[in-house]
Structure formats: C-alpha cells, structure tokens
Ligand binder design. Structure first.
Ligand code: BG6
Length: 289
C-alpha cells in the first residue's frame, strides 16, 4: 500500500502537467486532468473510479458505501472481472479487482490525451499475464490484454464491469440490443430482447452474441453515453433493484435508482479459450454524445 515515498517515486518517474498522484484511503491513485476530461484511476484493481468529460458530470457511478479496503471489491467505477466472470471460482468475478496493479508507464499522446499502462503480477494465476491500457481523452478507452504464458489451455471469462451514473433508472433506456438473444439470470431463462431496454425491476441479463455498440440514453440529464467495444461478443446488463440493493452492505438502499451496469465482456458462449502463447484483448470505449 502507498506511503508518501511511493507518491514521490511516481512523481519523479512520471512528470507531467496533466497527472497528479494521490491516494484514496490506502490506495495509490492517479488523477488525470487534461483538455478533454478528468479521471481518477486506482492501482488497486487498475480501477477507473471516475471519468468526467470537460463541462459535464461524471459518467461513472461510485457507491457512497463502497469499501475501500484491501481484499474487497470496489462498488462502482469500472471493476475488472478477470480471469473469470461471476461465481465460476472464488473470489467471485476473479482476482484482478482485488489486487494492486503495477504502474508501468504514463504518457501524453500527440492529441493531448493521456495513456496509462498497468500490469498485474499474478504468478499464481493459471499461467496468464494481463495488462491494461487506459486512455483518457474526450472518450475513455480501456484495453485489457491477456496472454497465456503457461502450458495449458485456459478458458478466459472477463468483463469491464462499468457502473454508469444515471439521473433516475426509470428514465433511462439502453439501446443497441434489439432482437438479441440473452440469458436472464433473474428468471433463469433465455429470451429475445425487443426494442430498447427499460428498467422497472431487477435486471441481470447476459447477451452473448453481440458485438454492437450500446447507447445509454438518459432523458432527465439529456445525455447519451455510447459504449463501443471490440474483442467482445457479450454484453452484461445489471441493476440490482430494491431487495438486492438492501442485501448488499456496500450499496445504498436507493443506489439502484442512479446506476446501470453495462459491461463489455467475454462471458457465456463468448468465453475465449487461450492456448499457450495466445493473446486476447477486450476493448471498450466510452464516450458522451
Ligand atoms: C454482474 C453479474 O455482472 O455483477 C451479477 O451479472 C452480479 O450477477 C453483479 O450480481 C455484481 O457482482 P459483485 O460480485 O460485484 O457483487
């Protein structure tokens, strides 16, 4: 965990007008503020906590009750589910979101955006090597690259589990998943979606045959957020609604009203089997329109 010396080390290594180092509780944090946006990224989990395009409000939602404690997942921002998604093994959603990553590099691009490169040293993780590349510009771009450096095939499931901030969940529509098949984890049944998604109940849906961009349209805030992706044929949509919110100790009872998770993923039929030497990149780009 961080102490002043680490921050000093970072400041010496990565001098930049647009980057500041700080900490959130015990977690080292990188604050980016450039001509396009502000963002905060923790080394813990390579976790994007906030992304605020210039002149706008935060695109991401962060629970006021989130634990900021080593070993606990952060509730909000963009947790990385890796190298498994959900309860396939313990801990749920994998280890990447509860370990501290290493900052490899930060640099300014010619267009004035900033790029951060992080890696996770996890020798116990099934022979996998993982790196993240986060670019903060008018859009937030996130690449998660996994390489199998081991000797066995590995079936990778993962997600960029973005929590988007919304004015009021019942005034939000998610577009781009019309006519797509999905698995409804709440009903434990398969279905076909028709039209836009609207939210009036607990939602936990895995679309595992879609490469489409998704738009989160927010009537009250008069904003649309586009999520584009590549290396992903699955998208997960999650809102815990009333009872589940109450059952989570890191989630405000009314928190479900102001968030929606839309996750670029590799889950279900979209799990990626990596043979030794193979590499896969899951990419998402989030932009306010
Ligand atoms: C979603 C899953 O991606 O994450 C849900 O589809 C799950 O089933 C949710 O409840 C939150 O997971 P966690 O482990 O962060 O509480």
């Amino acid at each position: 965990m961080i102490d002043k010396n680490n921050i000093q080390d970072f400041e010496n290594r990565f001098t930049s007008r647009t980057i500041k180092f700080s900490s959130v509780n015990a977690f080292p944090s990188i604050q980016v503020s450039n001509d396009f946006a502000q963002a905060e990224i923790l080394l813990y989990g390579s976790h994007v906590l906030s992304f605020i395009p210039k002149g706008s409000r935060d695109v991401l939602w962060l629970s006021s009750k989130s634990k900021m404690t080593p070993g606990k997942a952060i509730r909000g921002g963009i947790p990385i589910c890796w190298p498994w998604f959900g309860p396939l093994a313990t801990p749920a959603h994998g280890i990447a979101r509860i370990l501290e990553w290493k900052l490899e590099d930060i640099y300014s691009e010619k267009d004035g955006s900033d790029t951060l490169m992080l890696s996770l040293d996890c020798s116990d993780s099934n022979g996998l090597r993982v790196q993240s590349k986060i670019n903060v510009g008018a859009a937030l771009s996130f690449s998660l690259s996994t390489e199998n450096v081991g000797h066995e095939d590995y079936s990778l499931t993962s997600a960029l589990h973005a929590y988007f901030s919304v004015s009021e969940i019942e005034k939000v529509q998610v577009k781009g998943l019309d006519k797509e098949p999905y698995f409804d984890k709440v009903a434990n049944a398969s279905g076909f979606n028709k039209g836009e998604l609207c939210f009036h109940a607990e939602t936990d849906a895995v679309f595992d045959q879609t490469q489409a961009s998704v738009i989160i349209q927010d009537r009250d805030w008069k904003r649309s957020i586009r999520l584009e992706k590549s290396g992903s044929k699955s998208t997960v949509i999650w809102n815990p609604w009333i009872e589940k919110s109450k059952s989570m100790d890191d989630f405000p009872d009314q928190g479900y009203r102001n968030m929606i998770c839309v996750e670029a993923a590799n889950v279900g039929a979209d799990a990626r089997v990596l043979q030794p030497g193979e590499k896969h990149t899951l990419f998402a780009r989030i932009v306010e329109e």
